[in-house]
Structures are given as C-alpha cells and as structure tokens.
Design a protein around this ligand. Structure first.
Ligand code: RIB
Length: 317
C-alpha cells in the first residue's frame, strides 16, 4: 500500500437546520441522513479516490454503523484489513448543517477510543513500512504519537493532521512531514491561543511551527487557500525569518457543505506525496479536491475521483 491512514471512523448523523440553536432552544431541522465520516476514514477514502493504494487502520463497533462504515470504505477502494470491530458503539458525529454550508459537529468517539497502543501494534503489519502514514487526533493521542514515532523510524513519511486541535510536543512535531492544520489548530499545536500576538499572522505561525521542529507545515485557510513551508535547504531551522512560506490559492466555488473538506485535502495531499509530488504540488492538487468536495453534501459522499478532479483543474486552467 502507498498510503495507510491510522485514525477514526464515525457515522455522521447530518441534519440541515436554518441556523444553530441557542442554549435551551429546540429547533426543527430537515430529514436525518446517516453518512460515512470520521476524519481518518474520510482521509483514507479521499486518498483512494485520488488513485493511491490505501489502507485504513482503526476500530468500529460490532454494530450496524460499523458494518456501514466498513462497506463504504471498501466501496471507495480502501483496504480494510486493519479495521477491527470491538465491543463498543461505533463512533458517531452529530452534524448540524446551516444554509451557509458551515457545520457544527459533536463527536461521540465510541470505538475510536478503544484504538489503543496495543490495537495499533496488532495492526502494525498494515502500517509499518508504508511509504506514507497519515494520522489525526480522533483516536487516543498516545496511539497516534506512538504510530508516528514507529512509522518514522521504519522510514515512512508521516503526515499528521492535528485535528481536533491539540498541543503538539516538539518531539512529535519533528516527525511531521507535513503537519497539516487549520488556523485554530496551528495556534493550539504551538500551545497558544487567540490572545497570541501572532494569532492572525498565519505566515508567522507557519514559521514558528517550522522553528519548533516540524519538517514541513501546511496551514489551511478555507476560501483563502493554504500556506506551505518546508525546513531544510533555504529554510534554516532556528532562523524563523529565513523560512520561505508559499501561498497556494483556493479555487473560487460556492460551498454547499464543508464537512470533510479538510479531510479530503489531507487524503489528497498524502496520495500525491506517495506518487512522488513535491509538497507544493500536492497541496495545489489537494485544493482542487477540497473545492469539489465542498460543492456536495457529506464527507466521503462528496469526494470525487481522480478523473473528475483532473477535469475540474483543466476547466479552470
Ligand atoms: O472532519 C469531518 C469529520 O469530523 C466528520 O466526518 C465527523 O465524523 C468528524 O469526525
């Protein structure tokens, strides 16, 4: 396999609402849809749809939602030999979708939290030695960081999507190539918050993450695109000011549902890196993948295949 994603799988319970309810308020929404989601499973589905031979490692419950998620991953072309069923409810995400295409999400991790270091070890034959290993933080952090360390030691390129937001210790940052975060996650990864003097200075946050040890960093900025930087030649560690930050613009599209667009971006970036693309080129391709995804409802349900993405890019060239 070229890409192995070790992460979460959730059943997304999606309801369209006219607006977010306030405290103590009951709102009537639209019909309930159950869609395949979870950051890890989404990333795996996206990488596979982009054409990478992809495996998913994680856990679901021995229940209907678990069977549904497994079946959807297989349909997306993902190898699920590392997906185990455990005695816990499958992870669930309650998603409120507002007319502006934005969402509010509450995750009940369920079986994802059972994916501990021992479970990761039992699936090591799937992820150890994969060219690209992708991790995110809806599984226990200790598991994700252990896999990151062992995967790196075994020669894999480790892509860490530090989502949901969390502080990332320097010894973990040093494994990331790249660390992929949005604006808020970038601050949290540094152990900072909105009161930080650089809170709105995203190029500076990228430089700080490189200086803190990350091998490379991608900060996603929604409709504003992404910022990319790599340590190494010309980007001397310890000299923040010298780090060159490349801005990759986003495609202009009308968003219907942004759920899972960040995961599509991560999966597509990993797939391109596995094909040998430079980080900048991988991010350029991934911006197209997420631009197509936001125009459709759902996470995995919104992911296009490589032919559609290539056509989308050609149309806009
Ligand atoms: O990033 C989107 C995902 O976050 C959803 O699919 C939901 O399951 C939550 O994990």
């Amino acid at each position: 396999m070229q890409v192995v994603v070790v992460g979460s799988a959730n059943a997304d319970l999606v309801v369209e609402v006219p607006r977010r309810p306030g405290a103590g308020e009951t709102l009537l929404g639209g019909e309930l849809s159950t869609l395949p989601g979870g950051k890890g499973a989404n990333q795996a589905a996206a990488a596979a749809r982009c054409g990478a031979a992809t495996g998913f490692v994680g856990s679901v419950g021995d229940d209907g939602n678990g069977a549904f998620l497994r079946e959807r991953l297989v349909a997306a072309g993902v190898d699920v030999s590392g997906l185990v069923s455990v005695d816990a409810a499958t992870g669930t995400a309650i998603i409120l979708l507002t007319p502006d295409g934005e969402n509010s999400i509450v995750v009940s991790p369920g079986a994802n939290h059972a994916f501990d270091a021992a479970a990761a070890g039992r699936a090591a034959d799937v992820w150890r030695g994969a060219p690209v290993v992708v991790l995110s933080l809806e599984i226990p952090h200790a598991t994700a960081f252990l896999v990151a360390r062992e995967a790196r030691e075994a020669g894999s390129r480790v892509v860490l999507n530090a989502a949901p937001a969390a502080r990332i210790a320097p010894e973990v940052l040093r494994l990331c190539d790249p660390l992929i975060v949005n604006e808020h996650e970038a601050l949290e990864a540094l152990g900072a918050d909105g009161s930080d003097p650089d809170a709105d200075d995203y190029p500076r946050l990228v430089r700080r993450l490189i200086a803190a040890g990350a091998r490379s960093v991608v900060v996603t900025l929604g409709a504003e695109g992404a910022l990319v930087a790599e340590s190494g030649a010309g980007n001397g560690l310890g000299d923040e000011a010298a780090v060159v930050v490349e801005a990759v613009p986003a495609y202009r599209v009308t968003a219907l549902d942004t759920t899972g667009a960040g995961d599509a971006f991560v999966g597509a970036t990993a797939a391109e890196l596995a094909r040998g693309a430079s980080l900048g080129d991988a991010v350029r391709f991934a911006t197209a993948v997420s631009a197509v995804a936001v125009q459709r409802v759902g996470a995995q349900a919104s992911y296009a295949d490589r032919a559609e993405i290539d056509a989308f890019i050609a149309e806009r060239a």
